[in-house]
Write a protein that binds this ligand. Structure first.
Ligand code: SF4
Length: 711
C-alpha cells in the first residue's frame, strides 16, 4: 500500500456538504488535495467531521468535470467548445434576445445553496439590476422557505435561535422531521453526547431512524406519525400543554402578545386536537402524545431541532409556526439550552435564504415592494429596480409551459433531477428558447441548455458560507479553478456583457458590498473572519463579533414581542386511495449527499450503490414482493423502479426511499403540491402503489412468501 503523500501546504476552509459547516484543513501537494482533516478550532465542529467532508472531496478533479465552456444554437445540436469570452458573449446575446422578443420579465435566474454568499448575492443582483426584474430563486426555497416564513411570523427571525453547543445545556431535546445522526452527523454526535449525559430525547418522525434508536441513543418517546399529519400532531401536543395548564404564563405575559396567545389557546383547545381524537387519525397512541407534551413543557430547558420533515409539506409553514408557538408558550427561548433550530440541509442554505435570492425580498429579507428599501438598493447598484415581486422557480416553469417565460440562467442547480413533478419541469425546459447553465458536470438539466459554463467547486474559490446556526465562515480557495474562473467572476462577466458595467477586486469586495446592504451582515469582512475565525449573525455595531443566542430580551418584531399564529390543520390533498394506498416519504443517508453529484464520484458510493425502497414486511407480503426484488413504484404523477427492501423502520402503509441516484427518478413520483405560503414542494408525502415488476420463476403466491418471512 503506498505511503500517504506529505503535504506541501494546507488551507483551512469549510465543508460544502451539510448545514453543520465543519471547518476542515485541506492539505495539498503539487496542486492536488492529498488529505482533508477536521479543524480543531472550528467552532461548529471542534475537530470532528463525517465521511463526506473527510473523504468525499475528489470530485474537484473528476474526469467528468466540465472544463471548457460549451455552446449550441439548439438543444438538438451537439455541443461545441468555446472560449470564456465567446461563451459569455453568446449567453448575454441569447438572454437579451429573449427579452427583446418576449419582454423584460421573460427571463430569470436561479442560484444554489452550494454557492457562496457572495455568488448568491451577485446572482440576485444579476436578475434585479441587469435583467431588470425580480425573477430570482434559490434551492433554499425548495427546502427551508417555510422556516423563514413560519419563524419570522412567530419569533421574528427565520433562523436558528441557538448555536450548536447550546444543546449541551438542554434537558429535553425534541427532534421533529429530522435525522441528524445521518443528515447532520457532527451535530448528531453532539446530540447523542447530550442524550448519553442524561437528556431526554423526544422524536416525531414517520420512520424509526438512527436518531430514534441506535446503540448510544434511544428516544424516550417516538411518535411515528402518518406522513402529512405534522400539524395535527403538533396541535395535539399544544392541546395537552394548554388544557393541562403546562404553559409558562409569566413568560407569555412578559414576552409575547397575550391576546394572540388566547386566540391560539382557543384553537388548539378544540376537541378535534385532543390526543384521543388526533392520535388515531395520525396513527399514534394518544398517551404517547400526552407524554411527549408533558416532557417538553417540563424542561426546564427544552430545545427543538427540526428538518425537512416539517418544511416539505403543503402545510410546511404552518408546521414551523406550530414549533414557534410551542417554544413561546413553554418559555423555551432566549437562553442557552432551549430554542427552535432548523437543521439546514445544504452547506449554505442559510445564506441562500439571507442574501436575496427570493423573488419578493432583497438580501436581509427586505421587501422589493418597500420604496425605502428599494431606494437603498437602487442607490447601491445605480439602476432603477422593478417594484413587482418576480416569479419563483415553479412559477417560472408554469409560465414556460404557458409560453410567457423563455430564458433562464441557472447556477449550480439541476432542477430537472431535483425539482418535483419531473415531467412538468422537462416540458418547461423544452419550451424555453435560451437556457444558460453553470455547473461542475453535465447533468439532467444540461440536456436542455444552450450554454454550459464550467462551475467551480467550493474547493476552488473564495467567499463565505452561513451554516445552520447562522455562523458565517470563510470559504478559502484550496486549488485553482479547473476552468480558470471562480463562479462569482463568471457572473460579473455576464453582467458586463449584458451592459451593466461593474468590477470587484476579489470576493472580499463583494462581501463588503453585500454587508453594506444587509443589516445582519453589516459588520462582516474577510478581515474580521481572519481575526475571529467565524461569526454568527447578526454581526453589527451592537455585536461586532456576532451573536450566539438570539431573542435574549426581545424578539426582532416591531413591538419586541413574540406572537402566536393560528395553525388549523388542513390535511394535504395528496391522499392515499384504493389505487395508491401507500404513502411514500423520502430522506438521506450518512455517506451520500443530495443528488449524489459529488459524493458518488468518491469511494463513498461503495456504501450506497443504489437507492432502495424500504417497505414493511406486511405491505410487501400482501403484494407478493420478495425482499430485494425490483418493484414498480407508481404515483398519480409518474413511475419508477426501485429495489424493495423489507424494513422495520417504516410502519405498514408507509414506504421510504433516498434520492441520491438520478437513475432512481424519485422525483418522477412526487407531486407539484407545495406549501401554501412559500411554494416549498411537498416532497414528504406522495401516495403510491408498489407492485412486483415480474414474478421470478417458480414464485407466485404471496402466502408462500409470508411463510418464508414470518418463519
Ligand atoms: S457533511 Fe456536514 S457533518 Fe459532515 S463534514 Fe461536512 S459539514 Fe461536517
Amino acid at each position: 500500500m503506498p505511503l500517504p503523500l506529505q503535504p506541501e501546504r494546507s488551507v483551512v476552509t469549510v465543508c460544502a456538504y451539510c448545514g453543520v459547516g465543519c471547518a476542515l484543513e485541506a492539505q495539498t501537494r503539487a496542486g492536488r488535495i492529498v488529505r482533508m482533516l477536521p479543524w480543531k478550532e472550528g467552532k461548529s465542529n471542534h475537530g470532528h467531521s463525517c465521511v463526506k467532508g473527510r473523504f468525499a472531496y475528489n470530485y474537484y478533479n473528476d474526469p467528468d468535470r466540465v472544463r471548457t465552456p460549451l455552446i449550441r444554437d439548439s438543444i438538438d445540436e451537439p455541443w461545441r467548445e468555446a472560449s470564456w469570452d465567446e461563451a459569455i458573449a453568446f449567453a448575454a446575446a441569447g438572454l437579451r434576445g429573449v427579452q427583446q422578443r418576449h419582454g423584460v420579465r421573460s427571463i430569470g435566474a436561479v442560484s444554489s445553496s452550494r454557492c457562496t454568499n457572495e455568488e448568491i448575492y451577485l446572482t440576485q443582483k444579476l436578475a434585479r439590476a441587469v435583467f431588470g426584474n425580480n425573477n430570482i430563486d434559490n434551492c433554499a426555497r425548495i427546502c427551508h422557505s417555510p422556516t423563514q416564513f413560519g419563524l419570522s411570523a412567530t419569533i421574528g427571525a427565520g433562523a436558528a435561535s441557538q448555536h450548536f453547543d447550546s444543546i449541551l445545556q438542554a434537558d429535553v431535546i425534541l427532534v421533529v422531521g429530522a435525522n441528524p445522526t445521518e443528515g447532520h452527523p457532527v451535530f448528531g454526535s453532539l446530540l447523542k453526547r447530550r442524550v448519553r449525559q442524561g437528556a431526554t430525547l423526544l422524536v416525531i418522525d414517520p420512520r424509526r431512524t438512527e436518531t430514534v434508536s441506535s446503540p448510544h441513543c434511544q428516544a424516550t418517546v417516538h411518535l411515528a406519525l402518518r406522513p402529512g399529519t405534522n400539524v395535527l400532531v403538533l396541535n395535539s401536543v399544544a392541546h395537552v400543554i394548554v388544557t393541562e395548564g403546562l404553559y409558562r404564563e409569566a413568560f407569555v405575559r412578559e414576552r409575547c402578545e397575550w391576546p394572540e396567545f388566547e386566540r391560539w389557546q382557543a384553537l388548539v383547545s378544540d376537541p378535534r386536537y385532543a390526543p384521543e381524537v388526533a392520535g388515531p387519525e395520525a396513527g399514534l397512541d394518544p398517551e404517547a402524545i400526552r407524554t411527549l407534551a408533558r416532557r417538553y413543557a417540563a424542561g426546564p430547558n427544552s430545545a427543538i431541532y427540526y428538518g425537512l420533515g416539517v418544511t416539505e409539506h403543503s402545510q410546511g409553514s404552518t408546521g414551523v409556526m406550530c414549533l414557534g408557538n410551542l417554544a413561546l408558550a413553554c418559555g423555551m427561548l432566549g437562553r442557552e439550552g432551549v430554542g427552535v433550530n432548523p437543521l439546514r440541509g445544504q452547506g449554505n442554505v442559510q445564506g441562500g435564504s439571507c442574501l436575496g435570492s427570493w423573488p419578493h425580498v432583497y438580501s436581509g429579507y427586505r421587501f422589493v415592494s418597500d420604496p425605502e428599501v428599494r431606494a437603498s438598493f437602487e442607490a447601491g447598484w445605480g439602476v432603477a429596480l422593478d417594484p413587482e415581486p418576480g416569479l419563483r422557480l415553479p412559477n417560472m416553469f408554469d409560465a414556460a409551459v404557458g409560453g410567457d417565460f423563455r430564458g433562464i440562467f441557472i447556477m449550480g442547480e439541476d432542477p430537472v433531477q431535483s425539482d418535483p413533478n419531473q415531467n412538468h419541469v422537462i416540458a418547461a425546459m423544452r419550451n424555453m428558447e435560451f437556457v444558460v447553465l453553470q455547473d461542475l458536470y453535465r447533468n439532467e438539466t444540461s440536456k436542455y441548455a444552450h450554454v454550459l459554463l464550467p462551475g467551480s467547486s467550493a474547493l476552488e474559490k473564495d467567499g463565505t458560507f452561513t451554516n445552520a446556526e447562522r455562523r458565517v465562515s470563510r470559504v478559502r480557495q484550496v486549488v485553482p479553478p479547473l476552468a480558470g474562473l471562480q463562479d462569482w467572476e463568471v457572473v460579473v462577466r455576464l453582467m458586463n456583457a449584458m451592459g451593466y458595467a461593474t468590477q470587484y477586486r476579489d470576493a472580499g469586495e463583494v462581501l463588503l458590498e453585500l454587508a453594506s446592504l444587509t443589516p445582519a451582515y453589516s459588520g462582516l469582512s474577510f478581515e474580521l473572519l481572519e481575526r475571529v475565525g467565524s461569526a454568527q449573525w447578526p454581526v453589527d455595531a451592537k455585536a461586532p463579533e456576532g451573536t450566539e443566542v438570539l431573542h435574549l430580551e426581545r424578539f426582532p418584531r416591531a413591538n419586541g414581542l413574540g406572537t402566536f399564529m393560528l395553525t388549523g390543520y388542513v390535511p394535504t390533498t395528496e391522499r392515499s386511495s384504493e389505487r395508491y394506498p401507500l404513502l411514500l416519504t423520502t430522506g438521506r443517508i450518512l455517506t451520500q449527499y443530495n443528488a449524489g453529484t459529488q459524493t458518488r464520484r468518491s469511494a463513498n458510493s461503495q456504501w450506497h450503490p443504489e437507492d432502495v425502497l424500504e417497505i414493511s414486511a406486511a405491505d410487501a407480503i400482501a403484494r407478493g414482493i420478495r425482499d430485494g426484488e425490483q418493484v414498480q413504484v407508481s404515483s398519480r404523477f409518474g413511475s419508477t423502479q426501485l429495489k424493495a427492501v423489507y424494513s422495520q423502520r417504516v410502519n405498514p402503509g408507509v414506504v421510504y426511499t433516498t434520492f441520491h441516484h438520478a437513475e432512481s427518478r424519485v422525483n418522477a413520483l412526487t407531486s407539484d403540491r407545495s406549501d401554501w405560503a412559500t411554494n416549498c414542494p411537498e416532497y414528504k408525502v406522495t401516495a403510491v402503489e408498489v407492485l412486483r415488476v415480474a414474478a421470478p420463476a417458480g414464485v407466485s403466491a404471496a402466502s408462500t412468501q409470508a411463510s418464508e418471512v414470518l418463519a
